[in-house]
Design a protein around this ligand. Structure first.
Ligand SMILES: [Ca+2]
Ligand SMILES: [Ca+2]
Length: 480
């Protein structure tokens, strides 16, 4: 089970005052409290905030607190989550609002929400905000609020490739009910996209005996996602360890970050059921080889054939005079980059002076099937480039039909440093790789051809290279 728990690192007293303790008391041992005294109208109202990161298919807020005073009927503690979409705290009717009767003994309040949390209860930067409020009673004095803990957490079970040590059981009788799954992909912006179409698939009917049943589902080939979720349903209700309003966990199973697409495949979904004769009820179980609920043929790894939402991307810079640019950077970072039909970077100028740094960077982990990639640089005058760097780093680079790097100039002086680096672990099937450098005024070549002494040296140098190549080839052949 993944349990990503955070505690508030800051608070804001809306009404009342700090009575004692500090924020760390909200996460240290049980019965160590942070306390707040009543303010105007005998009310206590405090906002807590924090941040959480990672996937958030299910969030749950847990609060434990008590008051210094009891009464009958009891005081009411209201706990609510800030909704970033409405710009307000949630109220009655929302699962992210809860009111509980509270006296001098600790009570718990649980808020929860399944799916769609990012941008709603957690903003784009992972921030969350929770408010606690106790409405007092002038006649009864002093309802100071003692808070034992507050945590904001995301919970899910691992959709892994091995079993865990113990099993878990759902809390509702499934006999005669429809048990199935729904599937989601998690996008890079942490929003979830359902892959099934709004209702359960691979459905079996809960039996009245201990047995494992299975059903199939034809999983379609999907777009690429960061991770995938499978949620087990009983009818239209999410299967769970206990009532979510009482702190239970929904049976939501999440993969590790696959950064991949699901392949089109027929899944077989197995559901292990345990029949309790005393209760005459059947429960869904998972987690062990005895209760081996699982998905067979869950297949991923297909490379997505599309790069979405970029219909056309053009970077053009046209100028006649271009002076005193201290820094010019173009950075493009991606993890997946596929099927780019054409990518052009154009820089055209007649005069170009005093560029201190010019960086062209391209970083990717996967780069497939680029039919054409052209980097062109044309200039008539180009002076005093201190450093010019062209870097390409890649982990896998396959099936580039043609890759061209062209540099054309008539005059080119005073380049102190010029580096061209290509680092790769695996690089296959390049049919042609051309590096062309055309110039009329680079000193070395003119001397090499014109001066007979140096020509002999040059011929000797080529001969020496051939010897080295031969030696290397022989050595390689011997190894085989
Ligand atoms: Ca306690
Ligand atoms: Ca505590």
């Amino acid at each position: 089970m993944n349990d990503n728990k955070t505690y508030p690192p800051s608070y804001n007293i809306v009404n009342g005052s700090l009575g004692g303790g500090s924020l760390t008391n909200l996460q240290v041992s049980d019965d160590v409290y942070m306390s707040f005294n009543k303010g105007a109208d005998n009310n206590v109202e405090v906002e807590f905030s924090g941040t959480i990161s990672g996937h958030l298919p299910f969030i749950q807020v847990t609060v434990e607190a008590h008051l210094s005073t009891s009464r009958t009927p009891p005081y009411v503690l209201e706990v609510s989550a800030w909704n970033f979409q409405t710009g307000a705290y949630e109220t009655s009717g929302s699962f992210m609002y809860k009111s509980v009767g509270i006296g001098t003994s600790d009570v718990n309040a649980y808020l929860f929400n399944l799916l769609g949390n990012k941008g709603k209860y957690v903003d784009a930067n992972g921030n969350w905000k929770i408010k606690l409020k106790v409405t007092g009673d002038a006649g009864l004095g002093n309802p100071a609020l003692y808070i034992d803990y507050i945590c904001f957490r995301s919970v899910s079970f691992q959709l892994g490739t091995s079993q865990t040590a113990g099993y878990l059981t759902n809390d509702l009788d499934v006999a005669g009910g429809s048990v199935g799954i729904r599937v989601w992909g998690i996008k890079a912006d942490e929003t979830e996209v359902e892959i099934t179409s709004g209702s359960s698939v691979a459905v079996v009917i809960g039996p009245s005996s201990t047995q494992t049943l299975s059903a199939t589902w034809n999983c379609p080939a999907t777009a690429q996602y960061v991770a995938f979720l499978v949620i087990v349903y009983l009818g239209t209700n999410v299967m769970r360890s206990a009532d979510l309003a009482s702190g239970g966990s929904p049976f939501i199973f999440m993969t590790e970050d696959l950064n991949s697409a699901l392949s089109g495949a027929t899944w077989t979904v197995y559901y292990a059921f345990y029949y309790n004769a005393n209760l005459d009820q059947t429960f869904f179980r998972f987690g062990t080889t005895t209760y081996n609920s699982r998905i067979a043929n869950f297949t991923w790894g297909a490379v997505s054939k599309a790069w979405h939402d970029v219909a056309s991307w053009s970077f053009q810079l046209l100028t006649r005079k271009w002076n005193n640019i201290s820094t010019f950077a173009l950075t493009l970072q991606t993890r997946n980059w596929q099927n780019i039909a054409s990518w052009t970077f154009n820089l055209i100028t007649k005069t170009w002076h005093e560029t201190a740094t010019w960086i062209f960077q391209l970083q990717t982990q996967k780069w497939h099937e680029i039919t054409s990639w052209i980097f062109e640089l044309a200039t008539k005058k180009w002076y005093e480039i201190g450093l010019w760097n062209f870097q390409t780093l890649t982990g896998k680079w396959n099936e580039i039909i043609q890759w061209m790097f062209q540099l054309g100039t008539k005059k080119w002086n005073n380049i102190a440093y010029w580096t061209w680096q290509t680092i790769t672990y695996g690089w296959h099937i390049i049919t042609q790789w051309t590096f062309t450098l055309i110039t009329q005024t680079i000193g070395f070549w003119r001397i090499a051809v014109g001066n007979p002494d140096i020509s002999i040296l040059f011929i000797f140098f080529v001969f020496f290279l051939v010897i080295i190549c031969l030696a290397f080839t022989l050595k390689k052949t011997k190894k085989r």
